[in-house]
Design a protein around this ligand. Structure first.
Ligand SMILES: Nc1nc2c(c(=O)[nH]1)N[C@H]1C(S)=C(S)[C@@H](COP(=O)(O)OP(=O)(O)OC[C@H]3O[C@@H](n4cnc5c(=O)[nH]c(N)nc54)[C@H](O)[C@@H]3O)O[C@H]1N2
Ligand SMILES: Nc1nc2c(c(=O)[nH]1)N[C@H]1C(S)=C(S)[C@@H](COP(=O)(O)OP(=O)(O)OC[C@H]3O[C@@H](n4cnc5c(=O)[nH]c(N)nc54)[C@H](O)[C@@H]3O)O[C@H]1N2
Ligand code: SF4
Ligand SMILES: [Mo]
Length: 881
């Protein structure tokens, strides 16, 4: 039994029952809550008596679903989906969202800040401290840096809470203290190759910005995504689930995931080889003429004339275009116009040719071709037979899926999540983008569309971020030696994107003294690969580690000062856009309950204000001003400053954030009473988003140099030049085969490729202490290493046996195996690690299973294009223990 409780059954039921969560399932059935169609009226009745529903935003994972907290007599009873948020999750929430009340009422919740009393970081030598004392200690450390003008010695690490929720708030703090060094865990491990690939194609590429249009698609090719396990109810899982019978679902996954189990067709692909599958699809679609000729000619740079022997455009000029009220300079390029039968500027041609007629294959005496012709030649090598040898999928299956994908309209392709964890992630997502464009499914209903967040990102021509290397971390990243698949070496990744941690971090921080690490809503001790965090946190050159977190995670163990935030249902959150939807909406969260008696905490902005006020009260006003800018309303900074001043007078928890919400509502002319009641205000419906997608496509407003979908991204050509990088498969402007890193050597008889993937009831490392999630909902396969029966036989192990799993570093961990045919024989699936170190376990009453920690098994490997870190794509040895 992997779940551990140190409470008796009676104590457990008392603790669980106190939250009302234990009754939640029965209650939900009785009331129809959580089912589609249960309207607000029903839910308001359901509470009966004097229950109140307070709108909030779920912070159990990054999906940030809209919720209502049901409060009776000041006590949070349960959490339900927000029926007003029909553009997002509506009344649906997942198991973790349901168990959110227990986050606040867990008996294992740290009740007060912790201060180190001596003993090295990594050991438990803490005492509980009063909130004010801990704030004073943090202010002393940060104030010293600030006064000495050494802000560049501060490394701010933000996690999925720190980034998805608190990026503006954390970035404003870093700015006030003069630190350019922000490391984002989600950007380092979860988003970057995707952002780079879709970004250079002309779109936006964060998970929140680009969506398969589930409600309207008829065919969905999903790879490296598990909507049933890596749940994001908000739009994604809900919309895909509701419509699952209206599209054919094909899932590529080495493992039978919850999503693959729901598919019409599950294709058990060899890990890290999806790129070969997609390249062969492009080959079939191009060679069989199944592409959308008109789409390519009108909306992409496929007709662009380039040199006959290279990729450089033959002739370009600069033109001006009005995009979203701003004059923007775009690149106009040469095409062959079939209407006038001459070479003309793309902006003037009526019928740009994809293929040049025999008489037009020279320009000014030199051989030329179109981008489309170059792509056609480039993908000739990628036949289904070739891909079959790499992927293990029969050539006929690949050919059939390619034909189905191209001829079923509309069809959507996965925009990409898990493959960010592989060496070839960038090329894979580029191949997906090119497939969507080739078949005319990009920015069209039922295909791949921009969300409202993506629309605004594209129209403001933001990203993919190419920051000047101002941060010491980023400069170090650019000096990392990267060995490419052909054996050559380059310095740093192609795109200097920033916000990544780097292989050089331990070296950088050990070079000189006086570093301070500030962690906000992250657990880098468990999520930074290659144990990079443990290495830096234990350096003698690091003066202090401050953790503004929530629960007792491993990072706390490596800190000197730990200040817990209040739980999300105990705090408000400023007005912000709704992310994962084509509809335009704004939301806010409101404090629903006070923290339980004896718990000392505040919300992050109040903790920050209290720390800054002890350094210099003026810094709090500066902070408010920065925050107004980061939240996109610099002209309303005065309201933010006023909120800061009011807070400094009362110092009451939630006062600063409440003041910010008031200032925002005033600035935006929003009805605050309605927002307080309903939690969301829909400004434009989903149809608006789809119409904007059409306009962006048809008017050439994409965020690319040409304003079009770029089959040949000019940004890559520019970057190669700027960085002095030669043409390499890793960043070839056309989708190009790059083997996953694990394929560089043979797979030994005891070797497996690590794949990972979320389990439905756990969020990374931050839910392991939730007894309801851990005990009631976790079946053994969620806490065991999966291996194929043929491999298990060779190793002489059966389900439930203990094995030793050893990483490339030679470090070994014990684990139970789950023997199954639902996993590719080359792969070992390791669920995300959600246990805690022994030191912490002693202090927890609940915790869930131990599985081998990825951070300790995985080497710290920098991916070559965007500089993120590989959480898969490395090998382990497994043997019977
Ligand atoms: N081993 C392993 N590593 C991974 C992953 C994995 O699945 N397994 N996933 C990868 C991915 S996709 C991502 S996005 C990153 C995420 O990387 P992280 O963000 O570092 O991971 P989390 O485990 O979500 O850590 C969040 C921490 O925030 C704290 N927290 C929770 N709620 C609050 C709150 O309300 N306020 C504050 N201030 N803090 C809070 C908790 O203490 C928790 O430990 O990890 C990556 N690394
Ligand atoms: N329950 C739960 N839900 C979550 C989270 C959580 O922690 N827990 N975290 C949220 C966050 S931050 C993120 S980033 C998303 C992640 O969302 P996803 O990326 O969808 O989640 P994963 O489970 O990491 O991976 C999806 C699937 O990819 C498969 N896979 C692994 N290797 C390969 C491969 O080489 N090829 C193919 N085709 N498939 C492969 C895995 O087996 C898995 O089933 O989930 C979000 N939702
Ligand atoms: S998917 Fe679940 S845990 Fe994540 S925000 Fe939504 S309800 Fe919360
Ligand atoms: Mo993530």
């Amino acid at each position: 039994m992997a779940y551990v409780s140190k409470l008796s059954r009676r104590e457990f039921l008392k603790a669980a029952g106190a939250t009302g969560v234990a009754l939640a399932a029965a209650e939900a059935l009785k009331l129809g809550v959580g089912r589609r169609g249960s309207g607000p009226g029903l839910m308001l009745e359901a509470g009966s008596g004097d229950a109140e529903l307070v709108p909030n935003v779920c912070r159990m994972c990054t999906a940030a679903c809209s919720v209502m907290v049901r409060v009776r007599d000041g006590r949070p009873e349960r959490i339900i989906g927000n029926p007003y948020a029909d553009v997002l999750n509506s009344t649906a929430i997942c198991a973790r969202g349901n168990a959110g009340v227990f986050r606040a009422l867990s008996p294992d919740r740290p009740r007060r800040p912790l201060l180190r009393t001596g003993g090295a970081r990594g050991t438990w030598s803490f005492r509980e401290a009063d909130y004010e004392e801990a704030v004073a200690r943090a202010a002393e450390i940060l104030g010293k840096l600030y006064r000495e003008g050494r802000g560049d010695k501060l490394i701010v690490i933000i996690g999925q809470i720190g980034c998805a929720t608190y990026h503006p708030h954390s970035a404003s703090l870093a700015a006030v203290l003069g630190s350019p060094n922000i490391i984002s865990m989600p950007l380092s491990t979860c988003i970057m190759p995707k952002g780079a690939a879709w970004g250079v194609t002309g779109l936006a590429g964060k998970h929140t910005e680009i969506l398969p249009d589930y409600p309207r698609t008829r065919y969905f090719l999903s790879f490296g995504r598990n909507l049933g396990g890596a749940v994001a109810v908000s739009y994604q899982t809900r919309r895909a689930g509701e419509n699952i019978r209206s599209f054919k679902l094909v899932v590529l996954d080495p493992r039978l995931s919850e999503w693959a189990a729901k598919a019409d067709e599950w294709i058990q692909i060899r890990p890290g080889t999806d790129l070969a599958f997609l390249l062969a699809m492009i080959n079939v679609i191009v060679s069989e003429g199944l592409y959308d000729r008109e789409y390519l000619a009108k909306y992409t740079n496929a007709p662009m004339i380039i040199a006959g022997d290279g990729l450089a455009p033959v002739k370009t000029r600069s033109i001006k275009k009005n995009i979203a009220g701003k004059e923007v300079e775009l690149v106009d390029f040469l095409v062959y116009d079939l209407a006038s039968r001459e070479f003309r500027w793309a902006s003037e041609a009526l019928m740009p040719a994809l293929e040049l007629p025999p008489g037009a294959r020279e320009y000014e005496g030199k051989p030329v071709r179109t981008v489309f012709e170059a792509l056609r030649d480039h993908v000739k090598q990628y036949t289904p037979e070739w891909a079959s040898r790499i992927t293990g999928v029969p050539a006929e299956t690949i050919r059939r899926i390619a034909r189905e994908f191209a001829t079923t309209k509309p069809a959507a392709i996965e925009t990409g999540w898990n493959s960010n964890k592989y060496w070839n992630g960038f090329q894979l997502y580029r191949a997906a983008a090119v497939l969507a464009a080739l078949t005319g499914n990009l920015l069209r209903p039922g295909g791949v569309v921009l969300s409202a967040a993506g629309i605004s990102s594209v129209l403001s021509r933001a990203g993919p971020p190419m920051l000047p290397p101002t941060s010491v971390v980023q400069k170090a990243d650019l000096s990392t030696e990267i060995t490419l698949s052909d054996g050559t070496k380059v310095k740093g990744p192609l795109l200097p994107l920033g916000f990544n941690y780097t292989e050089k971090l331990p070296e950088l921080l050990s070079r000189d003294k006086g570093w301070v690490i500030l962690v906000i809503g992250a657990n880098p001790a468990k999520t930074m690969m290659g144990t990079a965090f443990k290495k830096i946190a234990t350096l003698p050159t690091v003066d202090a580690v401050i953790d503004l977190g929530y629960n007792l995670d491993d990072t706390v163990l490596y800190s000197d000062v730990f200040i817990p935030e209040c739980a999300y249902i105990e705090r408000s959150y400023n007005i912000h856009g709704a992310w994962f939807t084509p509809a335009k909406a704004v939301r806010a969260a409101f404090k629903a309950a006070d923290p339980p008696r004896g718990v000392q905490c505040k919300g992050l902005v109040e903790i920050i204000a209290d720390i800054l006020a002890r350094i210099d009260e003026e810094l709090v006003e500066k902070y408010a001003e920065h925050l107004a800018s980061h939240l996109g309303m610099p002209s309303c900074a005065e309201g933010f400053i006023e909120a800061a001043r009011r807070y400094l007078q009362t110092r009451r928890h939630d006062e600063f954030m409440s003041g910010i919400i008031e200032a925002q509502a005033k600035c935006m002319g929003l009805n605050l009473a309605k927002l307080r009641r309903e939690g969301i205000v829909v400004i434009k419906p989903e149809e608006w988003g789809l119409e904007m997608n059409r306009k962006i496509l048809e008017n050439g407003w994409l965020n690319s140099p040409t304003g079009k979908v770029e089959i040949l991204p000019l940004k890559i050509l520019g970057l190669m030049k700027k960085r002095g990088f030669p043409l390499k498969p890793e960043w070839h402007p056309f989708p190009t085969w790059v083997p996953p890193r694990w394929m560089r050597g043979q797979l030994g008889g005891d070797e497996f490729v690590v794949i990972t993937g979320k389990v439905p009831t756990m969020s990374h490392e931050s839910t392991y202490d939730n007894p309801l999630l851990a005990a009631k909902l976790t079946p053994p396969e969620h806490e065991s290493v999966w291996i194929h029966s043929s491999r298990a036989q060779a190793l002489g192990v059966r389900t439930g046996d203990v094995v030793e799993v050893c990483g490339e570093s030679g470090k070994c961990f014990k684990a139970r195996v789950w023997v199954t045919d639902w996993i590719h024989p080359d792969a070992a699936y390791i669920p995300p690690h959600y246990g805690a170190e022994p030191e912490l376990r002693k202090r927890l009453r609940f915790y869930s299973a131990e599985v081998p920690p990825l951070a300790e098994l995985a080497p710290l490997i920098t991916e070559p294009v965007a500089g993120s870190h590989l959480m898969s794509d490395f090998k382990v040895k497994i043997r019977k223990a």
